[in-house]
Ligand binder design. Structure first.
Ligand code: SF4
Length: 430
C-alpha cells in the first residue's frame, strides 16, 4: 500500500522491485497476501491520520504488517498507535524493509533477477515515470519536517540516474518526471563530482543532467526547482525543446519577511525579475507553484503583497495550502499564529484571485497547435496533456475526435476552447 508524494511512490517501486527480484509475488488484495507493507506519509496531520488508518485497516484485514515511509521516522507514533505492527522503518529504507520481510516471510527461492524488468516495477502508468535524483534536503524550512525524517541531501550518482532513465525509455516510457526534495541542489553534496555515462564524463549537476536526459528523445519535466541563479542555464534547453518548457517552483510566499520566517531557499532572489528573464528566453514556459496562506504573523498587508506578486508573475498553475502546524516544525514556536478561519479565508481568496489569471493563460492557447501525450482513451475521445501539464496536478486536454488514439502516443492538436483547468482540442490532420 503506497501513500504520500511521488518520492514515496519511488520508494514503493524500489521495494516492489526488490521483492520481485527475490521471487516474492505481489498480491492486489489483503486476502491473498502473507504480509502487508504500508508505505506511509507524515507530512501534514491529515496525512498522518490517513497513514495510521491504513495501518489499522491492514492489521484488521491481514494481521502481518510492516510500516515504512515518513511516518515511520516520526518518533514512536506508529508503535504507540498500533503496537501489533511487525516492524517500522523510515523513508528510503529498502534494505531495512527487505530485512524485516525476510525475518517474517523467508525468501521463496534464490534471486533470479532476470525475472524483473530492467526498469524495475513501477506504480505509474507505463508511458510516464518518476525519476528520483536525490534524497533528503539541506534546507530547514520552518514549516517542514522532511529533513528531520529524510536527512540531508544525498545526490544519486549521475551515471546511475542516466542508466535508470535509459532503461525507462527502453521500456516504453515517453515522459520522465525528475523529482527530489530540492532538484536545483542536485550535486551540491558531492561538489558536482564527475561521473560517467556511456563512457562519457558528466558532472553531477542539474544542467548537465538535463542536457543528457534531453538526448533520450522523450519528454523531460522538472519538479521542485528552487529559483537559484544557476536555474537560468536550463531555460535555453527548454527554448530549444531539449527538455519541456515547464518549471514547478514552490515559491510559498512573496513577502521577504515571511520568506525569511519560513527560512526558504533562495528567499532573497528577486523572483519577479527572474520569472521575466526566464520568459524572455523561453516565452512558452509554463510555471507551476505552491503557496501557503496564514503563516504565523502574516499581516493583511503581507497577504496583499502575495496577491500583488501573483498579479505580476502571471503563473500558469497555482496550488495553495492554508498553513497547518506540522508536529515538530519550528514554525509552531513563532508568535502571532492566525486563527484557522483567517488562514482558510486567505487560501480561498488567493485561489479565486489566481483562477482568472490561470484561465487567461489557458485562453491564450486557443487557436494554437501543440504536441500532446495521450493518457487515456474511451469512446468519447482522448485525454492528453500538453508540455505545460504535469500528470495528476495540472489540467488535461480533451480531444473529442481522438477516440482512435492510443495511450502513450504523441498527437498533434489545435486548441479550440478551455475552461478553468482544462483545454479542449481537435486533431490536426497530418
Ligand atoms: S526545501 Fe524546505 S520544504 Fe522542501 S524539503 Fe527542504 S526543508 Fe522541506
Amino acid at each position: 500500500m503506497s501513500l504520500g508524494c511521488p518520492k514515496a511512490t519511488v520508494d514503493s517501486e524500489n521495494i516492489l522491485t526488490r521483492l520481485a527480484a527475490e521471487g516474492y509475488q505481489i498480491s492486489p488484495s489483503y486476502d491473498g497476501a502473507d504480509l502487508v507493507v504500508v508505505n506511509t506519509c507524515g507530512f501534514i496531520d491529515a496525512a498522518v491520520e490517513e497513514s495510521l488508518d491504513a495501518i489499522g485497516e491492514a492489521l484488521a484485514e491481514n494481521g502481518k504488517v510492516i510500516v515504512t515511509g515518513c511516518l515511520g521516522a516520526k518518533g514512536s507514533i506508529v508503535q504507540d498507535t498500533h503496537p501489533a505492527v511487525l516492524a517500522v522503518t523510515g523513508p528510503h529504507a529498502t534494505v531495512e524493509v527487505m530485512e524485516a520481510i525476510h525475518a517474517h516471510l523467508p525468501k521463496p527461492h534464490d534471486p533470479f533477477v532476470d525475472l524483473v524488468p530492467p526498469q524495475g516495477i513501477r506504480l505509474t502508468p507505463s508511458h510516464y515515470a518518476y525519476l528520483k535524483i536525490s534524497e533528503g534536503c539541506n534546507h530547514r524550512c520552518s514549516f517542514c519536517i522532511i529533513p528531520s525524517m529524510r536527512g540531508d541531501l544525498v545526490s544519486r550518482p549521475i551515471g546511475e540516474v542516466m542508466r535508470e532513465a535509459e532503461n525507462l525509455v527502453r521500456a516504453g516510457v515517453k515522459e520522465i518526471l525528475v523529482i527530489s526534495q530540492d532538484t536545483s541542489a542536485y550535486g551540491v553534496d558531492v561538489r558536482y563530482r564527475t561521473g560517467f555515462w556511456g563512457g562519457r564524463p558528466l558532472r553531477t549537476r542539474l544542467a548537465e543532467l538535463c542536457k543528457a536526459l534531453g538526448e533520450l528523445g522523450v519528454w523531460i519535466r522538472l519538479h521542485y526547482v528552487y529559483p537559484y541563479p544557476h536555474v537560468d542555464e536550463l531555460l535555453p534547453l527548454m527554448a530549444e525543446n531539449r527538455i519541456l518548457p515547464y518549471l514547478d517552483v514552490p515559491f510559498q510566499h512573496a513577502s521577504p519577511r515571511i520568506l525569511r520566517l519560513m527560512k526558504r531557499p533562495a528567499a532573497t532572489e528577486r523572483n519577479l525579475d527572474r520569472i521575466r528573464a526566464w520568459r524572455q528566453v523561453c516565452p512558452d514556459l509554463t510555471i507551476r507553484s505552491t503557496f501557503i496562506t496564514g503563516f504565523p504573523g502574516e499581516t493583511q498587508a503581507e497577504f496583499e503583497e502575495l496577491l500583488q506578486f501573483l498579479a505580476e508573475a502571471e503563473l500558469d498553475r497555482v496550488g495553495c495550502f492554508a498553513y497547518s502546524p506540522v508536529e515538530g516544525a519550528t514554525a509552531n514556536a513563532l508568535p502571532d499564529a492566525l486563527p484557522d478561519e483567517v488562514r482558510e479565508e486567505r487560501r480561498m481568496r488567493l485561489m479565486m484571485f489566481q483562477e482568472d489569471i490561470s484561465t487567461q493563460r489557458l485562453e491564450a492557447k486557443i487557436g494554437r497547435e501543440y504536441t500532446v501525450l495521450v493518457d487515456d482513451v474511451d469512446e468519447e475521445g482522448a485525454l492528453a496533456r500538453t508540455p505545460g501539464d504535469a500528470p495528476d496536478i495540472d489540467g488535461v486536454v480533451h480531444i473529442t475526435d481522438g477516440d482512435h488514439l492510443e495511450v502513450g502516443e504523441f498527437a498533434r492538436v489545435r486548441i479550440t476552447d478551455c475552461d478553468v483547468h482544462d483545454l479542449y482540442a481537435e486533431l490536426v490532420s497530418a
